[in-house]
Design a protein around this ligand. Sequence first.
Ligand code: ADP
Length: 345
Amino acid sequence: MSAPTVEGKRKESSVFGKLAAIMLVMAFLLMLITTGFFIALVQPTLHGEISPGVAHAWLLVLSLLVMSGVVLTTQAVLQKLLRPLRVLNDGVTRLGEGELGVTVPRTTTDEFGRLTDTFNLMAGRVREMITARDRLLIDVSHELRSPLTRMKVALELMPDDVQRARLSSEVAEMERMISGLLELERLRTGRGVTLVRQDIVPILREVVATYEGRAPGVRFTADGDRQLTAQVDAEQIRSVMRNLLENAVKYSLADSRAIQVTVAAHDDGARVRVTDDGVGVPREDAERIFEPFFRVDRSRSKESGGYGLGLSICKRVMEAHGGQIALEPGNGRGCTFVLHFPRAD
Ligand code: ADP
């Protein structure tokens, strides 16, 4: 038997109890109204004070009024009764969208209130698990740095042959992966980004220019000659663009059209779109692609040297800017990455 808790002692009500009470009140009111009709119409009709035709018309009008009243009252009562469910649904949606800090206020002591408590408990557990996973990843990354440094020193002392070259490249890859993981953590905690109000068009143009000579080529289109001002860390945005363009080039096919980069102003800020005509990403992977170590096709990515950290870093950079990154999968071929920068007022 579980120990009694503070929650357990709280006076609790029931949705079914409330519904039963509402139905009882309605039945009582209906009874009163019917009796009222009888006194007001039937008796005078019997005594010949009003004609049956007029009594019938009155009966119709009054019944209509009563029915409308019952429907409207039921709707208002049910809306109030189900409000906690709507608030809870909003919380579940926000948690599903990755907002881990979400908690739903408990406004009732009935089953919905208990469901709200259970949801808040579950959201807290999910938060703890994700924090513990991130912590573990960071601790392991930190701990691996010292043995890696010792391995590098040991490698320097080895004879300069094929074996040493192979081991050096493996160690370099591990170092890149660890730096990526530590960078993810730095960005999550808001460090590593210094925002400055500036025009983003020259930053994008500069990065795109470095990819012009590479197949399948790249085309840049800006929204007129206007400046698109946003609060950005230029170096971090260059790195996001390099990542997207590097992937667009890497996953292009021999007959792919040139990569398109467009930037345009919208009411809520600036939007940059990077569209390629390569192998594309399956629709069901559009969200997961931004998770650390996620790769659509592990063998394909291994061949091309990636280990699935690039896009998760891009996502953290955009979040640190108060913006977003999203993937619009193409129909069969190609895909579009969309960066959104909030308005700098
Ligand atoms: P990686 O270093 O493996 O490229 P990313 O985080 O940059 O890591 O990308 C994660 C995965 O997303 C890649 O392994 C690849 O499967 C897929 N991907 C990213 N960009 C594209 C693209 N433009 N076209 C097709 N697949 C892509």
